[in-house]
Each structure stands twice: as C-alpha cells, then as structure tokens.
Design a protein around this ligand. Structure first.
Ligand SMILES: Cc1cc2nc3c(=O)[nH]c(=O)nc-3n(C[C@H](O)[C@H](O)[C@H](O)COP(=O)(O)O)c2cc1C
Length: 359
C-alpha cells in the first residue's frame, strides 16, 4: 500500500492538522471516527511521551493517524544573546507580575531522540516541518511501516523531500495559521499562497499532495481537491471545536476575530508564525529581527505565555490562527468533518451543473 492508497481509502479526505498547543488526542480520534484522519503535534513532547501517545492512539484510533515533529538541530546560543533577549522581555514579565526566568540550559527536546522514539513507536503516518530528514532517517521510518510526509512551502522544498524518499508532501500555503515550515529560502521568499503552491508542487513532484492553509469549510475542501490535492489539511477550522486544546483567552480572541486579523510575527518564538495580531506583536515589531532564532526565543517566552494564559491576558499570548480565522466555528470535531464533507459534495454538484451548462 502507498500513501496515495491510504489517502484514497479514507471515507473523507480531510486531515486535521497537527497543532502543538491546540490539537489533542481526543480531537484526532473524533476526526478519525468521522472518516477523516487526525494527527497530534508532538514537537514539544519528550521521547517517552511520544512513545506513550502513539501506543494510546494505536489502541483507540478507528483508522490511520499522524504524528508530527519539528526537524531541529540542537540549539547552542551564545550566553550574551540569551541575556539580551531576556532583558528585552523583562518589561513584559513585569506587566504580568511574573518572575523573569533564569537562562535555561535546554531550549527544546532533542530531535534525534524524538525521532528514534517515533520510529520505534511506528505510527501509520509521520509528518515533519521546519526541515528535511536524511534518506537514512526516511528509510528507517519506512522499515517500521510508517509513511513519511514532508511539509513544503515552496517547490524546491517539495523536491528536497522527494529526493530523500518521502511518500507525500504537505503543501503549506501563506494563509496557514501557526509556524511557517520553510527551511530552504528566507521567509519572504517562501510565502506562496495555497492555490499556486498546490498546483506548482503537483506539476513538479510525482507524490500525493496534502493542501494546507486557509481551508475553512467544505467549499475549500472541494477547491483543493479540484486542484489535484489528495486531501485537505485543516488547522484553524478546528481551534474552536469541543476537543480543542487552546486556552480560554485564545478561544475568546478567536471567537471575536475580525476579517483581516492575522499577521506574521517572529517576536514570540524566533520563527515566523501567523496569529491574531495583539499588543505584544505590535510593540515587539521594532525588535522582531533581533530576537534569537527558534527554539531559543520560543523557550524564553514560554513562561510569559503560560502566565498570560492563566491571567486571561490575550495581549501577551501567541494566538496562532490562519487567514480564515473569522470563519472558525464551535462544535464537535467529528460533526464538523461530516458537515464539511457534505458541503464539499454539494460544492462539487454545483460545479458539475455549472460546467455542464457551459459546454
Ligand atoms: C495553533 C496551530 C498550531 C500549529 N502547530 C503545528 C505543528 O505543531 N506542526 C506543524 O507541522 N504544523 C503546525 N501548524 C500548521 C498546520 O499544520 C497547518 O499547516 C495549518 O493549520 C493550515 O492552515 P489553516 O490554519 O489555515 O487551516 C499549526 C497551526 C496552528 C493554527
């Protein structure tokens, strides 16, 4: 069986995006039970926790599921850089009455150890963002029986994943919520919209493409399937679902989001990500290019964001969301998947009528 066969065999070609801090095992299970494919974002988990999560999902999931990791080299920042970054954050910690953290020793879980645990746990699908694996790493996942999906924001990145033997490409458009997955060119050169990205990757690489970015309902699902995507991956559309993992102030900000509410920022984490614009993003814009690269800045703002969530202070939280944020609705995740698929079928029927009329 190939990844194409697996995606074609899904009753509903809708994948729930892996989202650190937002997706949950319950969400993935509900999406799987509705005929789609759920996934968990494991980028922040320890190797042990990854193994345990995969075991739980294997025993409970009615169908295939995915697990996602960040491809990250170990971070060894200069002590000076860390002190300066903490100084810059001090007024924000003070506003919340939270203590400024000491310079940490660790900035992110060790990727090699996470990957070893993931390979040993052998989920049906493993997806990756922020970088590309080596051919040996992909081969090891294949030997374990795991399909490999690489995130690409450009055609060059899709080709890089094809060269190491990936089974499929997640084409992440500019519209997408959360971190940009780019790893070859700078951010500015990696901001392609979902429509041209899916079309150009389809033309360049002979692998199934999963379209991600700005898909908020069944019409969006139908649109990317018409473009030749094997499935639609949706993230922001699940953020207000009953199974969401997002904090109360983040949920409230989403529920009140205006139409052009999102911006890209690297101020929270040191890597460009899309979220609802707030005071932290606006005021930190002047220093945005100076903050240390991911995962260092991410680690230094973690206690700030945790304190802000506790205090109900949305202005100091990373409110990750895509350009379609104002279309996010509440509801049960499985119900949403069923509704989007019937909307997609209706959109296809409508297009069928429209195209027959013209010929
Ligand atoms: C809150 C949030 C967290 C995310 N975390 C991850 C992640 O851990 N790994 C990943 O590959 N993508 C992550 N993404 C990006 C999604 O996989 C996907 O590309 C995006 O949600 C699609 O665009 P949409 O939000 O417009 O649906 C995240 C997105 C959001 C909104």
């Amino acid at each position: 069986m190939s990844l194409s066969d697996l995606l074609d065999s899904l009753p509903v070609p809708i994948l729930q995006a892996p989202m650190v801090g937002a997706s949950t095992e319950e969400m993935a299970l509900a999406v799987g039970a509705a005929g789609g494919m759920g996934s968990i974002g494991a980028g922040a988990l320890s190797p042990e926790a990854i193994g345990e999560a995969v075991l739980r999902l294997k025993s409970r999931s009615p169908g295939p599921f995915g697990v996602n990791l960040f491809v990250l080299p170990p971070a060894r920042p200069d002590g000076e850089v860390v002190s300066r970054a903490l100084e810059r954050l001090a007024p924000w910690y003070a506003q919340l009455g939270a203590p400024l953290p000491e310079a940490p020793n660790d900035f992110a879980p060790d990727f090699e150890a996470q990957l070893a645990a993931l390979t040993a746990a052998a989920p049906p699908v493993a997806s990756f963002t922020f970088g590309v694996l080596s051919r040996e790493q992909v081969d090891a996942l294949h030997r374990a029986g795991t399909f490999v999906v690489g995130t690409a924001t450009t055609v060059a990145e899709a080709r890089a994943w094809a060269e190491v033997g990936a089974d499929g490409i997640c084409a992440q458009g500019f519209e997408a919520g959360g971190h940009r997955g780019h790893f070859l060119a700078e951010t500015e050169a990696s901001l392609v919209g979902t429509l041209p990205l899916v079309a150009t990757i389809r033309a360049a690489v002979d692998l199934p493409v999963v379209a991600a970015g700005g898909i908020m309902d069944g019409r969006g699902v139908a649109a990317v399937l018409a473009l030749g995507a094997a499935a639609a991956q949706m993230g922001t559309a699940f953020l207000l679902s009953d199974q969401t993992g997002v904090s109360a102030p983040w949920r409230a900000a989403l529920a009140g989001a205006g139409d052009e509410a999102t911006r890209l920022t690297r101020a929270f984490t040191g890597r460009h990500a899309r979220g609802l614009e707030n005071r932290f993003m606006r005021q930190m814009r002047v220093a945005e290019d100076e903050v240390p690269a991911y995962p260092v800045q991410n680690r230094l703002t973690q206690p700030l964001r945790a304190a802000a969530a506790k205090a109900g202070e949305a202005d100091m939280l990373s409110l990750w969301a895509g350009q379609g944020a104002s279309l996010a609705r509440s509801g049960e995740a499985g119900e949403m998947v069923r509704r989007w698929w019937s909307e997609a079928q209706e959109a296809a029927r409508h297009l069928g009528r429209r195209t027959r009329q013209d010929t």
